[in-house]
Write a protein that binds this ligand. Structure first.
Ligand SMILES: C[S@@+](CC[C@H](N)C(=O)[O-])C[C@H]1O[C@@H](n2cnc3c(N)ncnc32)[C@H](O)[C@@H]1O
Length: 381
């Protein structure tokens, strides 16, 4: 490959490679050299992907050394969270220099997700190391991401070690939450758990809506912090059923309504009246690549504008954006655009992001994705 400034980013694109020498199997570990013959790093190869090599190390280590050391480093990085939380993201792909691997811990269960062929080949080693480090009741593989098909991998969802329930209940401060092994991601959205705690000062006696609720993380926090009533909107019936189970388990009966509907339709209808004190928006990512940035901006504007219209003035808007290709600046421009259309003033009360177990590496801008704002919305003039 051509000589480049060393930047400690693990991706080597096909366009950066001038020559591939020797026989290899897709997914195997390979060495990358600069044109002057200097060793650049070791990672796994997949010529079917635009990212031909994903580096796992910049030193000539064995596969076992790499896996053991990277897992060790990831655990060390999270020592504090592991000591205080029942649930934690243990390994987050490139953020821990283990591209293609996600491991979440829910109490005594681990849920792993493999997204690349190279990591698939290291799976047994990864599971072996995890078992040495954690005394768990079960390890479940929930490899159902659509990106697997691009790597030539089928969906795999099964217990790899021990066994456990389809819905894992775990404690988060003094709430019971759930990871649904038939649900999204590894079962829960651990990236929002500290942001959900940040709404504490704004919940008391409020009439609220949790739009894109999944299993009710934000709704449960709002009710715990004293909200009068919360509506939960999601198009997944199964997620709302689990949310209802959690709402009852946590003692919030009679203070919620479940609405199984497309959030865009619901918001459009509700935006004709200023009814709510607080609205939470936590949509899925609206763009998988930079080419869809404009349509993602449009999607975020639509929901934020509708939510602003549905709020009493002043009201509280809690708005998230996990669309990686939109920066915080882009997100705030969308919020400003929505505010202009709605003729309101937006005052940012709190800015959140990813928790420490979803690390952002400055060398790898793609590891930064979550934007989270709590805002007061009031009429201009
Ligand atoms: C990012 S998750 C929400 C996570 C949740 N707030 C939490 O903290 O656990 C997005 C949710 O939006 C739901 N969803 C996606 N598109 C939707 C739509 N158009 N209408 C309703 N729900 C939608 C998904 O089913 C998923 O539960």
């Amino acid at each position: 490959m051509n000589k480049i400034k060393r930047n400690y980013h693990p991706w080597i694109y096909s366009t950066e490679i001038s020559r591939i020498d020797g026989e290899f199997e897709e997914g195997q570990l390979v060495d990358v050299f600069l044109q002057d013959g200097k060793f650049f790093g070791r990672g796994y190869i997949n010529t079917r992907s635009k990212i031909t090599v994903r580096l796992l190390t910049t030193q000539p280590k064995t596969d076992r050394q790499i896996v053991e050391e990277r897992i060790e480093q990831a655990i060390k990085r999270r020592e504090q969270i592991l000591n205080s939380e029942h649930a934690c993201r243990l390994i987050y792909s490139e953020s821990d220099w283990l591209a293609g691997l996600i491991v979440d811990k829910y109490d005594s269960y681990l849920v792993i997700q493999i997204n690349t062929l190279g990591m698939e080949k290291l799976k047994d080693m990864v599971v072996g190391v995890l078992l040495k480090k954690f005394d768990v009741a079960g390890i479940y593989e929930k490899s159902d991401s659509p990106v697997r098909s691009k790597e030539g991998l089928n969906e795999v969802c099964q217990w790899l070690y021990g066994t456990g329930p389809e819905v894992i209940f775990y404690r988060s401060e003094d709430l019971t939450l759930a990871a649904d092994l038939k649900g999204q991601k590894t079962g829960a959205f651990l990236d929002q758990r500290f942001n959900a705690r940040a709404i504490l000062p704004y919940a008391k006696d409020k009439v609220c809506v949790d739009v894109f609720a999944y299993t009710g993380n934000f709704a449960l926090h709002l009710l715990k912090y004293g909200a009068k009533h919360v509506k939960l909107i999601d198009y997944s019936e199964r997620s709302l059923q689990i949310a209802e189970q959690l709402l009852k388990m946590n003692g919030f009966g009679g203070r919620y309504e479940l609405i199984n509907e497309n959030a865009f339709d619901w918001l459009r209808r509700e935006s004709s009246q200023e009814k709510y004190d607080l609205v939470v928006l936590d949509p899925p990512s609206f763009a998988k690549s930079a080419s869809s940035k404009i349509s993602a901006q449009r999607g975020h504007k639509e929901i934020n504008l509708r939510a602003m219209k549905s709020l009493k003035k002043p009201g509280i808007l809690v708005s998230s954006c996990c669309t990686q290709v939109l920066s915080e600046q882009d997100f705030e421009a969308v919020l400003q655009d929505s505010a202009d259309d709605c003729k309101v003033q937006v005052c940012i009360l709190y800015r959140g992001s990813q928790p420490a177990d979803h690390p952002v590496l400055l060398d790898i801008p793609e590891t930064r994705y979550l934007k989270f704002h709590i805002m007061q919305i009031w009429r201009r003039g």
